[in-house]
Write a protein that binds this ligand. Sequence first.
Ligand code: SF4
Ligand code: SF4
Ligand code: SF4
Length: 589
Amino acid sequence: MATVTLRINGQPVTVPAGTTLLAAAAQVGVKIPTLCYLKDIGHDVGACRICVVEVAGKEDFVTACNTPAEEGMEVYTNTPAVRASRRMTLEMILSDHHMDCPTCPRNGNCELQALAAQLNVRTVRLSGATRADFPRDDSTPAIIRDPRKCILCQRCITVCKNIQTVAALELQGQGFDALVGPPGNRKLADTLCVQCGQCALVCPTAAITERDDTPLVWAALADPGKHVVVQTAPATHVTIGEAFGLPPGTDITGKMVAALRRLGFDAVFDTNFTADLTIMEEGSELLKRINEGGVLPQLTSCSPGWINFMEHFYPDLLPHVSTCKSPQQMFGALAKTYYAQQKGLKPEDVFVVSVMPCTAKKFEAQRPEMNAASRYWGNPAIGRDVDVVLTSRELIRMLREAGIDFTALPDEDYDELMGVGTGAAQIFGATGGVMEAALRTAYEIATGKTLARIDFEAVRGMEGIKEATVPMNGTKVKVLVAHGLANARALMDKLRAGELKDYHFIEVMACPGGCIGGGGQPIPTDTGRRRSRIDGCYTRDKALKYRKSHENPEIKKLYQDFLGEPLGHRSHQLLHTSYRPRQSLVARD
Ligand code: SF4
Ligand code: SF4
Ligand code: SF4
């Protein structure tokens, strides 16, 4: 490998050719400040100019994040002129920034705030035009845009265009009129945005955030007429602890249950329970399609950002999508039917809260076709199956507000009836997990044999597209897994072109890494954290008493006491749905 040797602040360093000055400096212990740069998504446009450095022989400063090291370079990162330039740049950014830090959702976890502290900027000497007139966009149930807090770093554009291939955002205008937002100044709800929240995850400020639904939950908890239940998604079990200083991937399940009880929930349940139920229904659907000549490959339907993507971009392929609702929505439908019935509660008094890693779940919960309990009982007053969706970040804020000392809590168990989840359900949090869980169950149901080894390593890991073949009753079942919508798009283009005819099942998760990298997860979420969170899912899988969905005793009881059988009449009523093309948006874009 070709290398170059240069000097940084007088210290020699040898690095592979093509290494940026930022990375070269890190090798000699020099941390150059950055703001717009984000390695994880390949975003190095040098837009903010915070990382400028001096290079001997060059008249102008260069940006360290995207300037390659050259043989014999003399680089200075800490001269008075460099420091003055950075401070002036930051003051310019702050001068037209809508600074209301004490009441801002990113207060305490804002890269702009942190940089001002790091560069010791305590006054802003500039004044003039501001971004105060840019309107807030709260058109979607999931994502809020506040251009007054945008620093034009364009990270959101990069992630939306390159990682998700949606391109719902672009840079428009110039100077003080420059704006990052949907083309043609539209509202986000009128674009192809799939509400995945990956933009919120990378935004350094509060210019893009999740909608804050915590007041709705506080109100429900304070209402004596409401029986408030909560469900926690698989990925939250290994991520919430980060906010309380625990390493990414730490299993905090028991403490999360205890914390939710301290908040005042009447029952604390696990979405892992309905993840197991999803496997029963989706696995049965797959076997039916294989045995009866249905549309194959079957596509998973758990990720609402992915469903939005299909409806927007591939409506012709919707017959491939499993009719199973996501675990969140299965839970909501059962909480207001099965649970209410078993506990003698009025379904209209049951208030269902979800804790999800995902912003698109907020959109999913308000889809009118999800009001299954209301239709089941013939009572519109029951409303939505899931009343409020909180992201991991919102729950963390509630726990802080309530003064809960999270790490000091004892471990507690979920409530009975909808509180048992298997290891198969836990790995729903990681890319490939739904597929692996489905294979564990489908194999045993189809063959009647016990799997000698239940770990399907081929579908694990961070590779963008993974594939496996599993012999099942004389059929070689071929499966694919994709995470991140760019990878999903590559597969859907092949499917549309007729190239995936011999595949049976495809899992797609909209977010890179799967739900552990969801748009509502703690910030920062980077590749290293994604890997640790995935490891946390598999560690918990191994530790659980049951590791296959069809062994879950509460699922067996549910079928026995209420549902009957997978794909039966009541399952269809409550747990299955259909999706619709939304090509009108495509045409408009
Ligand atoms: S985005 Fe950051 S700097 Fe701006 S108001 Fe919020 S916390 Fe303060
Ligand atoms: S939510 Fe997802 S699709 Fe929508 S703008 Fe953000 S990154 Fe793009
Ligand atoms: S919205 Fe956030 S990520 Fe996008 S350009 Fe503005 S500050 Fe950067």
